[in-house]
Design a protein around this ligand. Structure first.
Ligand code: FES
Length: 345
């Protein structure tokens, strides 16, 4: 490809962070977003030098990389302090006092984005929905550096926000997901959320986990497709497309490879249905993807998680690791001859 690269060079820290992520990767367009995130996590924004280095390493035109970098609200292309508090002022948070909170922050910590009064190595910014609407008002803290960090904080007050700007670090582990109906026997999809330890595969199995995959292997791909069609299961994204018809269409495609993509992005105010599942029942997401893979002939799956969901990402990462260790992902899932693995993005 004829690349017109930028002349800017990355700082040694940026180069180190990007190279550590990319390793020996060659023309891997799919690593663009993780590389941009690594650069920002190191110094707090994506500099022209970092963008240029990423483009050179991955053989990507700078215009394309810039398009991606400027699309995501969490990525910054201008220099800014390493500690940033994103304060949601979207509709659910407004109903819970976000406007008053922002006004008080303006009074006591300065306007959004200007570095504020001391500490001046931190800024706060107004943000669209952070997916924590049930605990509004919400905030999201990102800290760049050699040991970068991200934390969700909700509900947040002006006092908590000022403490976060001053350097306080909240724990990653929040309370168990809030499901008001937790324990109600009528719950199906959320039956385990809030009721099990989301980090324990044994707890998941003790509550029926991986029974469905066992049955799916016994049914075989065609049997699974029939069951899903007959169940009239539909997508949860709003269009209510029949899941069985979607899976059947993929299964029949002669072109290979096939992929399962779990779109766990959600950003409309009031929408956090995926977060509750990922935080409260992460192995269920993996088991369901594995059943979809069996039915449709996929060898790889991707889960696309919002950057605003550090706890969901951590729990899914833990679940993927554990499932691999226990033969529930990998080259021979459950010893039944299925090769399937999952990557988080
Ligand atoms: S509207 Fe603020 S977290 Fe959703």
């Amino acid at each position: 490809m004829d690349l017109r690269l930028l002349e800017a060079e990355p700082s040694p820290e940026e180069r180190e962070a990007i190279d550590a992520l990319l390793g020996d990767a060659g023309e891997r367009r799919d690593l663009l977003l993780p590389a941009l995130q690594a650069a920002q996590a190191r110094i707090g924004f994506v500099s022209e030098g970092a963008l240029s280095h990423i483009c050179r390493r991955l053989c990507i035109p700078p215009a394309e990389a810039y398009g991606v970098a400027s699309f995501y609200a969490l990525l910054a292309l201008e220099p800014r302090p390493g500690r940033v508090l994103h304060v949601c002022d979207d509709i659910a948070c407004r109903c819970s006092g976000a406007n008053e909170l922002c006004a008080e922050l303006e009074r006591t910590a300065g306007p959004p984005g200007n570095g504020g009064r001391p500490p001046n190595d931190a800024i706060w910014l107004r943000s669209p929905c952070l997916g924590l609407c049930e605990r509004a008002p919400a905030a999201f803290l990102t800290v760049a550096g050699p040991a970068p960090m991200e934390r969700s904080v909700a509900p947040v007050t002006a006092k908590i926000a000022r403490a976060l700007l001053a350097g306080e670090t909240p724990p990653l582990e929040a309370a168990r997901p809030i499901v008001p109906q937790s324990g109600d026997p009528a719950l199906r999809l959320l039956a385990r959320a809030g009721a099990i330890d989301p980090g324990s595969l044994d707890d998941y199995k003790a509550h029926g986990g991986y029974e469905a995959l066992r049955q799916a292997f016994d049914l075989g791909p065609d049997g699974v497709l029939r069951e899903v069609l007959d169940s009239k299961l539909s997508g949860r994204g709003g269009a209510a497309f029949p899941t069985g018809r979607k899976w059947e269409a993929v299964a029949r495609q002669p072109v290979r490879p096939h992929y399962v993509v779990c779109n766990a992005d959600e950003s409309e105010p009031g929408t956090f249905k995926d977060r509750i599942l990922m935080e409260g029942d992460p192995f269920a997401v993996l088991e369901a993807m594995t059943i979809a893979a069996l039915a449709t002939g996929c060898e790889r799956g991707f889960i696309y998680v919002r950057g605003e969901y550090p706890l969901a990402s951590a729990r899914l990462e833990g679940a993927v690791r554990e499932a691999r260790n226990r033969g529930l992902l990998g080259s021979d899932v459950m010893g039944r001859g299925l090769a399937f693995d999952v990557e988080l993005r």
